[in-house]
Design a protein around this ligand. Sequence first.
Ligand code: HEC
Length: 400
Amino acid sequence: MDTHLIEFAGLLVRWLHVIAGIAWIGSSFYFIWLDNSLEPPPPGSDAAKKGVFGELWAVHGGGFYNPQKYAVAPATLPERLHWFKWEAYTTWLSGTALLVLVYWLRAQALMIDPNVMPLAPWQAVAIGAASMVGSWAIYDLLCKSPLGKRDGLLGLVIFVLLSLLAWGLSRTLGGRAAFIHVGAAIGSIMAGNVYYVIIPGQKRMVAAMRAGQTPDPMDGKRGKQRSVHNNYFTLPVLFIMVSNHYAYTYAHPHNWAVLVLIAAAGVSIRHFFNRKHKGVHAWQYPALGAVLLGITAWWTAPRIQPLPPVQGEVTFNRVRAIVGQRCVQCHSPQPTFPGITAPQAGVLLHTPDGIVQSAQRMYQQVVVTRIMPLGNVTNITDEERAVIAAWVKSGAQMTP
Ligand code: HEC
């Protein structure tokens, strides 16, 4: 297919993914806030008589709202009942489509790092897919096991297991792909919660009521537990989704630990907000988040590895030859690297002008973070990195 069409499909799917994700996470934040902010209605009030367990007043967009939550369910169900599920399904479907378009179809370039593990593309894709399905299966079993009754411990075990997943993926896939697959695994758990637990439970409750029976309160409890889990997953997942802009996180030698630190900070900060909506200002949680992020900032600061001295004169032609041998495969209008269909990150290195314009970014990627060439698939040597470093430092001139 026309490569531009594939790229454009990527644009549309990514756009959809972000829109659906905003709608989903927005409603997750809203309903958890709502639940945490409810107050019991005054005894003897109409609301109390109707079986309302909590309510609140809010003003938004020029109007007043008075949502009420029933302990299990109201005595009679209204004709029209709003459901929240397509936000979740659309986010997962578009996210998976994007994963396939961006990573699985370009596994050679974007998923495999031969220095981590020399996998075949199908193996990398299989590991990615298995991590999504496997994470959901294990998580769901844990929630249904006796551990599922102990919320705090369950949360801790889930966090440890997901950290293990991050570690395992970082030891098999390239850093970028490892991160995004941890995100895809968590996203699958979140969507699985909606599809397999929350919505079926709600359907059973509604069916019971329509049949004039009392709905099973366990369905409500289970749904609530999964929905709270989803709420705590949001901040870590959102970090992962933007992490591919921050190579110093996913290309760090202990990238999985960097991910765990940032995820823990996210959970801690989310917990603060959830407590705050209940009127408890537990400042130790954002403080912990800040400390964890501070450690991460310090730990990920680039430490330039010493390079060997350069033999001979550093000329532009020498730099051009290196770039021609190690970079243009992925950074020209018609890339030749398998699976790469467009110049990556818009960086064009096939002309002298292109090289000069990208000099600073090249320095950053080749000398400071050493992320380029990606996974060093083109086997650049330290001496060649040193030549690029010396050329940029001497002013990145185009004189041969
Ligand atoms: C196997 C393909 C591949 C090779 C070879 C490769 N790159 Fe890249 N390059 C990429 C990809 C993919 C990205 C986009 C990464 C991203 O979006 O984070 C990228 C991004 C970049 C960027 C932009 C990063 C930024 O965020 O500013 C620069 C600069 C760069 N590469 C320079 C180089 C140089 C210099 C070489 C050769 C020494 C090289 N690349 C070799 C695939 C490659």
